[in-house]
Design a protein around this ligand. Structure first.
Ligand code: ATP
Ligand code: FE2
Length: 328
């Protein structure tokens, strides 16, 4: 079975084609980069409308798959920015109707989790999903993914991006901060905001920008922001492991590209006798292949939608969607 998946929740327009056993046959992506500042939803959506048709063509060609060999069309239904989601959903509906193939709705957060889980080979790990808009510690229980802990304000990636913009940088902040942090030597004092298994980042954002205004060195600031933010994530992950009696941790989402975060979680999990895994970077960031793979799982479990019932859901939380392909 071959599934074509469309991702368009925020900056990234992407089409992935995935075969059995999560074999990624092709992945074609194009990123909307705002000229200045943060993302403008309408402009990002216009970008996606412009590039998605040719990304579909590129993905089919690269996978050497003809339209009549595609068995289902999956799309990210939510969460995300309404105009961006609608751009991807419109293309998915059109392909589903034109090719006469089932349309499969996919939750974007669950897709980050499922691609990381299948590549890890671990059946039932704890999941740390760290991206721009979302930061959640997740475990499966009784029919859906449960959010054990999460950010109380902004996602860790949005925090990094805003911090970097405040220093005069451009989007995305995460990779640039990672490079800058490698040259940092002094750990500056920043608020460490862990509440049970939840975290918050806005206090640290204010404090880090205040230190910048006072002339703190950029490498030290970048280093301190990374160490503090990733210590917070490592701590809530450890708390969740202890509570759930689980050992293995799988990382997903764009911030899981980060070498320091991967290493900190690895050291923590190994000290508890557990394993960790993070997907290759191209499958940590937003991508159509994760939508296609989750579409596979959902379709096999009988999840499809009519065009009429396929409205996008900008606020669709991880723990709102049933995952009938997972067994207790
Ligand atoms: P979601 O809807 O899942 O929140 P998203 O729109 O934020 O997704 P992703 O591609 O999952 O998109 O994540 C993008 C985020 O990942 C950005 O905030 C970016 O700064 C961050 N990021 C990417 N690479 C790195 C890195 N090496 N270190 C830290 N952060 C990174
Ligand atoms: Fe994402």
């Amino acid at each position: 079975m071959v599934v074509l998946g469309i991702e368009s929740t925020a900056h990234t327009a992407s089409v992935g084609i995935v075969g059995e056993d999560a074999k990624v046959l092709s992945l074609a992506s194009d990123f909307y980069l705002p000229p200045t500042g943060g993302i403008h939803p309408r402009e990002a959506a216009n970008h996606h409308v412009e590039v998605l048709p040719s990304l579909v063509g590129k993905a089919l060609e690269a996978a050497n798959v003809r339209p009549n060999e595609v068995d289902a069309v999956a799309f990210a239904q939510g969460p995300g920015l309404g105009p961006c989601l609608r751009a991807g959903a419109t293309v998915a509906r059109m392909l589903s109707l034109a090719w006469n193939r089932p349309l499969v709705p996919v939750n974007h957060c669950v897709a980050h989790v499922e691609i990381a889980r299948v590549l890890s080979g671990l059946d039932d790990p704890l999941l740390l999903y760290a991206s721009g808009g979302n930061t959640q510690v997740i475990a499966y229980a009784r029919g859906r993914y449960r959010v054990l802990g999460e950010t109380l304000d902004i996602g860790v990636g949005n925090f990094l991006d805003k911090f970097w913009l405040g220093l005069g940088g451009t989007f995305p902040g995460g990779p640039a901060i990672e490079a800058e942090a490698l040259r940092g030597t002094e750990l500056l004092d920043l608020p460490f905001s862990v509440h049970g298994m939840d975290v918050a980042f806005s206090g640290m954002l204010t404090a880090a920008l205040a230190l910048h205004a006072k002339g703190a060195k950029r490498p030290d600031l970048a280093y301190s922001v990374e160490v503090t933010a990733y210590s917070m994530l490592t701590e809530i992950t450890e708390r969740a492991l202890a509570h759930r009696g689980k050992e293995a941790v799988v990382l997903g989402g764009g911030v899981a590209c980060n070498g320091r975060l991967r290493e900190m979680v690895r050291v923590m999990a190994e000290s508890r006798g557990g394993a960790t895994f993070a997907p290759p970077k191209s499958l940590c960031v937003d991508n159509g292949a994760m939508i296609a793979w989750t579409g596979h799982l959902a379709f096999h479990a009988g999840v499809t939608t009519s065009v009429e019932g396929s409205a996008v859901q900008p606020r669709q939380r991880t723990d709102l969607v049933p995952t009938p392909w997972r067994k207790d």
